[in-house]
Design a protein around this ligand. Structure first.
Ligand code: NAD
Length: 488
């Protein structure tokens, strides 16, 4: 891997400020999804090494929580500066291991870094409260205290930002962190650890472990000293971690799958709506929890919308993310199989294939953008996350019906609404059972907003003041028998 700073490419776990091999010698290869070439290896840590990571995080917690908030903020700001300084190398690592186009990888470095900068400041505002006392001569209030060791398990689709969105909040609150990145994309996480060390974040405060996912989650969720588990990934694995955390009754935050509706109302210009839908569908090759999964278009513009969408889709370039392309490979062959199976299922149930020719795919892990019309609720593309560049569109006539159809899913992460009619905006905004609703904008995320879903899309919020709260406990105090103002 050619980097300006080769030390950012680390093939070892990072525990207690030390680069760590697996004691058993077991490791795992990491592949470039575009070429299939091996990029490197990471250790599969033994159980006692994973437990050791919690030991050191627990020890480091005693010191980190006591550090003056200024000192914590200064280190986080330094970490942010280093991410900016090494933006090109971080983007390069990400494109190689994840496949996304370099321009999108640069965007993710900026997005990921922005959480560090924002939480460095928000950490200063972990305010408690003064409570007017109902008890004679007592002073009542609350303190905010860091919860303790925070474990994090993250996905491969955003290998850097899904770590910083959690870790920056935890570190700002005074918690210490043990992260298990996705096995497909560990190198972005390990580069973050290298930069955290250079930023002066003390040994044991930010640890990155690599290993068998099942073993790691069982140990972290089962460990009494781990006070919070934050997970981003599939709903299936989220449920498993929630169950594993039940015995030790720890705080669990889950950012899970989405099945975003994208609703285009009759007052919209079809081409303006198609342009936005393309942006909302194809980022990260559709492997995005916010991706527009079901596109509902008012019947009065349905045919024109499909034409505009197909026309714009033709211009998307598919290829190796290191080149000037819009869509990179899917993460592995299984993802391509799943995309094919979903398209076949839809076609067998009556969907129309408007565009998308897989014979044009530039390699085995690539999937060409595909447009399906007339999808129905019986089809997998309606019920499941497609997690691929397959756009699934249907027409609607009535607003109550489209709200019902959009809510007909176990998911509730994000929804998009396109209309300039204020009464329709209000009706849809209130009717949609989603944690986030974006009106006339594809871009909706960033550090100041509370990111998260309802229903089986998750628990808790990331970003914003709510994101800091996830890592804080509220301690109530009652100071009894205090002197009154008159001194008696
Ligand atoms: P995944 O659930 O397969 O994996 C996520 C993490 O869990 C990885 O670190 C993986 O190694 C680990 N894991 C996998 N199987 C495990 C097991 N049996 N036990 C313990 N850990 C296990 O998800 P993914 O395929 O990496 O990511 C895609 C999913 O993530 C999609 O559903 C997507 O919508 C969701 N996602 C959600 C958000 C959000 O903020 N809501 C953001 C990004 C991705």
């Amino acid at each position: 891997m050619k980097l300006n700073d080769p030390r950012l490419f680390r093939q070892l776990a990072y525990i207690d400020g030390k680069w760590t091999h697996s004691e058993s010698g077991d490791d795992q290869a990491v592949f470039d999804p575009a070429s299939g070439e091996t990029l490197g290896h990471v250790p599969l840590l033994a159980a006692h090494q994973i437990t050791h990571a919690v030991d050191v995080a627990q020890r480091a917690f005693a010191l980190w929580r006591q550090l003056n908030v200024e000192a914590r903020a200064a280190r986080l700001h330094k970490w942010f500066d280093l991410l900016q300084e090494h933006r090109e190398d971080l983007a390069h690592i990400m494109t190689l291991e994840q496949g996304k186009p370099l321009k999108d990888a640069r965007g993710e470095v900026d997005y990921g870094a922005s959480f560090i900068q924002w939480f460095a400041e928000e950490g200063r505002r972990a305010y408690g409260e003064t409570i007017p006392s109902h008890i004679p001569n007592a002073a009542l209030g609350t303190l905010k205290e860091p919860i303790g060791v925070a474990a994090m398990v993250t996905p491969w689709n955003f290998p850097l930002a899904m770590i910083t969105r959690k870790a920056a909040a935890a570190l700002a609150a005074g918690c210490t962190v043990v992260v298990k990145p996705a096995n497909e994309t560990p190198f972005s996480a390990l580069a973050l650890a290298e930069l955290a060390e250079r930023a002066g974040i003390p040994a044991g405060v930010f640890n990155v472990i690599t290993g068998e996912p099942e073993r790691v989650s069982e140990l972290l969720c089962g460990d009494d000293r781990v006070k919070s588990v934050s997970f981003t990934g599939s709903t299936r694995v989220g449920r498993l971690l929630l169950r594993q955390s039940a015995d030790s009754v720890k705080r669990v935050a889950l950012e899970l799958g989405g099945n975003a509706p994208f609703i285009v109302c009759e007052d919209m210009d079809p081409d303006e709506a198609a342009k936005a839908a393309i942006d909302a569908k194809f980022q990260t090759a559709g492997q995005d929890c916010l991706a527009a999964n079901r596109i509902f278009v008012h019947r009065s513009l349905y045919d024109r919308f499909l034409d505009c969408f197909a026309e714009r889709m033709k211009n998307l370039k598919v290829g190796n993310g290191m080149m000037d392309v819009d869509i990179g490979p899917l993460i592995h062959g299984r993802a391509v199989e799943m995309a094919n199976a979903m398209v076949d299922d839809a076609l067998s149930k009556g969907a129309r294939l408007i565009a998308g020719d897989q014979r044009m795919a530039p390699g085995t892990n690539f999937f060409m953008p595909t447009l399906l019309a007339d999808i129905t609720s019986e089809m997998r593309v309606f019920r499941e996350e497609t997690f691929s560049p397959v756009a699934a569109v249907c027409a609607f006539d009535d607003y109550d019906a489209v709200i019902e159809a959009a809510n007909d899913t176990e998911y509730g992460l994000a929804a998009y609404v396109y209309t300039y009619d204020v009464r329709r905006i209000w009706k849809l905004l209130r009717g949609l059972e989603y944690g986030m609703v974006s009106v006339n904008s594809v871009k909706m995320t960033g550090p100041p907003i509370p990111f998260g879903g309802v229903k089986q899309s998750g628990l808790g919020r990331e970003g914003a003041r709510q994101g800091l709260e996830e890592y804080l406990e509220t301690k109530y105090y009652c100071l009894g028998n205090m002197p009154t103002l008159s001194g008696s």
